[in-house]
Design a protein around this ligand. Structure first.
Ligand SMILES: Nc1ccn([C@@H]2O[C@H](COP(=O)(O)O)[C@@H](O)[C@H]2O)c(=O)n1
Ligand SMILES: C[C@@]1(CO)OP(=O)(O)OP(=O)(O)OC[C@H]1O
Length: 181
């Protein structure tokens, strides 16, 4: 098993949508970034990439590349999921926290968890998302920005219970791996 952590911050500004976990959350301010600035998905991707030893989102999706201007971070997460599979890893679980004074995120958390689970092809009970304020302290407390932290546990495909033997005792869970049962 391998563990990774992620952390990200984006500034709150007028005239941008607030997208968190792939959900458009109604609010008077939104997050500024080269992409859709989904700070929650950015922290989750960095946790996944860190656990896999594959660097960070800036390495894979440089903010100097016009291809990523305004892109949905759900698309970036999909790409990170594919990279994981290529490297023989499956997600054990993800736990993340959004740190925001406003708005109240609780009504949207389930949809965020479902989005992350569905794009990564994992069960929703492998994803936990939380929200907290910082009690009006610091930049999140002053509503200047929103931050997010995440932790991800990965298992190698070969040690994962996802792998199942077919009738010829070969792995039926992927295309052509050499797992022996
Ligand atoms: N933006 C937020 C922040 C918090 N919540 C929920 O409120 C609970 C209490 O938060 P405190 O920061 O006052 O401890 C927290 O556990 C979340 O359930 C929220 O929905 N949105
Ligand atoms: C997501 C990327 C995509 O270009 O841009 P930003 O939305 O600016 O987000 P950041 O957290 O600064 O990470 C860098 C980039 O990977």
């Amino acid at each position: 098993m391998r563990i990774g952590t992620g952390y990200d911050v984006h500034k709150l500004v007028e005239g941008r949508k607030l997208i968190l976990g792939g959900v458009e959350v109604p609010h008077t301010l939104g997050l500024l970034g080269h992409s859709d600035a989904d700070v929650l998905l950015h922290a989750i991707m960095d946790a996944i990439l860190g656990a896999a030893g594959l660097g960070d989102i800036g390495k894979h999706f440089p903010d100097t590349d016009e291809a990523y201007r305004g892109i949905s971070s759900m698309k970036l997460l999909e790409h990170v999921g594919a990279l994981l599979a290529d490297h023989g890893y499956v997600v054990g679980n993800i736990d993340a926290t959004v740190i925001a004074q406003q708005p109240k995120l609780r009504p949207y958390i389930s949809r965020m968890e479902e989005n992350v689970a569905s794009v990564l092809g994992i069960s929703v009970d492998q994803v936990n998302i939380k929200a907290t304020t910082e009690e009006h302290l610091g930049f999140t407390g002053r509503e200047e920005g929103i931050s997010s932290q995440a932790v991800c546990l990965l298992e190698s495909f070969y040690e994962s219970s996802v792998a199942v033997a077919d009738s010829a005792n070969r792995c039926s869970s992927c295309q052509g791996c050499s797992k022996e049962f």
